[in-house]
Design a binder for this molecule. Structure first.
Ligand SMILES: NC(=O)c1ccc[n+]([C@@H]2O[C@H](COP(=O)([O-])OP(=O)(O)OC[C@H]3O[C@@H](n4cnc5c(N)ncnc54)[C@H](OP(=O)(O)O)[C@@H]3O)[C@@H](O)[C@H]2O)c1
Ligand SMILES: [Zn+2]
Ligand SMILES: [Zn+2]
Length: 439
């Protein structure tokens, strides 16, 4: 419903929307049609605004490596088949365009971000304590998820959730965060996934001044990890393949740099770290980084529960194995742990931290017609270490022209070790035997 303001003789009539549009909402999306990740711009729909829904005019959406994993079907062995066309994107930043009648947290014109979750039960102990990502009844992912608790309905009903490579997005207000004015919108989206994924394990470990934190892999997550840890007062060691990113790491706030391909460089840093956050996106010999941790008895620099440990964040069999093995021995003993994103409260916390401390990811803003190049670059190892961010305005350009400019599908490497339940169990057993729980 719309109302018009009073029309004085030479006043311009102003139309003010007082209630949400009643029917499904049209949106252009950048969608891929199969695991080859061939993208095109497609018209799709969002649900009509519910009572506590917010309609977001998306301005930018970060491209996380998880988008590549999901679109390419790397995770299908665990998460089930991907429904195509699928729309990735869980680092959205935009402006509120309309709100449902029951929305209290946001108003039209507010700047907001949306991360990896769009729903959870909101009543289990974990949800109530602000850990919606660990909801006992299952959270609903921003893309590729299924509406399970009634706040993530799709059009048509029952289809998997559609992510943020799109002009418009509808989300329950409890799954959006406020973007403070100090943070540019193109920098805010990556805070909603990369930022919170790095911040949450630091928060849990209780790192702060005096803590020594190692970050393995300087890509979208890793660079945010270095910046956030440095802002928290930690002494940060960046661990990267080769030395090409040394200057970048120091600019981000690292105090030390380790070349992960050099035994001598690794040996120099042995026994120095309280916490290692490993962001490498492919299965690799992550146990060799255990030698960089302080021995179990030395817990200087950590105020949270648990011994010095390596936390795996990259989505590969190692993360699944660490999760299962950690559950078996108890989180308090685990020297190799797994972590997944973070809750909404912590996401707002890290957003505010980034705004107040001037932390922004190094981004490259790209048009829709560059998405194949971006996927190829991430899959090949993200050698520049940047976060690519989609400029959503580019979706409005001529769809046929965009398709032509995109060219053939990206050339992606085959996954070296598929993510399946059996492989996860095998990895958990390996970790229980060789995960150095006792050291
Ligand atoms: N657990 C969670 O909740 C969560 C949340 C978000 C993302 N993720 C996952 O975290 C991983 C990283 O995401 P991202 O967006 O930061 O990726 P990214 O931008 O592609 O960066 C990954 C970095 O890892 C290193 N790397 C890449 N390929 C490698 C290889 N073959 N061997 C060793 N190192 C390699 C590179 O750093 P160097 O050049 O410095 O070595 C690269 O810059 C992905 O698997 C993503 O799905 C997990
Ligand atoms: Zn992500
Ligand atoms: Zn819950």
């Amino acid at each position: 419903m719309s109302t018009s303001g009073p029309t004085a003789p030479d006043a311009v009539a102003v139309t003010v929307r007082t209630s949400p549009p009643p029917s499904p909402i049209d949106t252009l999306c950048l969608a891929c049609d199969g695991p080859a990740c061939a993208f095109s711009v497609l018209p799709m729909q969002r649900r009509a605004l519910g009572d506590r829904d917010v309609l977001v005019d998306v301005k930018y959406c970060g491209v996380c490596h998880s988008d590549v994993h999901t679109a390419a079907g790397h995770m299908a062995g665990i998460t089930g088949p991907v429904q195509y066309p699928m729309v990735p994107g869980h680092e959205l930043a935009g402006v509120v365009a309309a709100v449902g009648a029951g929305v209290t947290a946001f108003a039209v014109g507010d700047r907001v971000g949306v991360g990896c979750l769009v729903d959870a039960c909101l009543s289990c102990a974990r949800c109530v304590s602000g850990e919606e990502q660990k909801c006992k009844r299952g959270n609903v992912a921003t893309y590729g998820g299924k509406d399970a608790h009634g706040r993530a309905a799709q059009v048509p009903e029952g289809r998997q959730t559609l992510g943020g490579y799109a002009e418009r997005f509808v989300v329950d207000e409890r799954f959006a965060v406020r973007v403070p004015p100090a943070l540019p919108l193109e920098a805010a989206g990556p805070v909603c996934c990369a930022g919170i994924t790095m911040y949450d394990p630091m928060r849990v470990a209780g790192v702060g001044p005096g803590s020594r934190v190692g970050i393995v892999g300087l890509g979208g997550l890793g660079q945010m990890g270095v910046k956030i840890a440095a802002a928290l007062g930690c002494e940060v060691t960046a661990i990267s393949r080769g030395v090409a990113k040394r200057a970048f790491a120091l600019e981000c706030g690292a105090a030390a740099f380790v070349d992960a391909t050099s035994d001598a460089s690794l040996a120099d840093a042995a026994g120095t770290l309280d916490l290692i956050l490993n962001t490498v996106p492919v299965y690799h010999d992550y146990l060799r980084f255990q030698a960089l941790l302080r021995p179990r008895r030395e817990r200087r620099g950590l105020s949270g529960a648990g011994p010095p440990r390596q936390v795996l964040l990259g989505l590969h069999v190692g993360l699944g194995g660490a999760f299962v093995a950690g559950s078996a021995v108890g989180a308090a003993r685990s020297r190799v742990a797994a972590s997944g994103i973070g809750g909404i409260r912590a996401t707002q916390e890290v957003m505010d931290l980034c705004a107040s401390r001037g932390i922004a990811p190094d981004v490259e803003v790209v048009g829709a017609d560059e998405m194949h190049r971006v996927y190829e670059t991430l899959d090949a190892g993200n050698d520049a270490g940047k976060r690519f961010v989609l400029d959503v305005a580019s979706l409005r350009e001529d769809a046929a022209e965009t398709r032509a400019k995109l060219g053939p599908p990206p050339k992606l490497q085959r996954v070296r070790r598929g993510f399946t339940p059996w492989r996860v169990l095998g990895e958990a057993l390996r970790l229980l035997c060789f995960g150095h729980w006792w050291r």
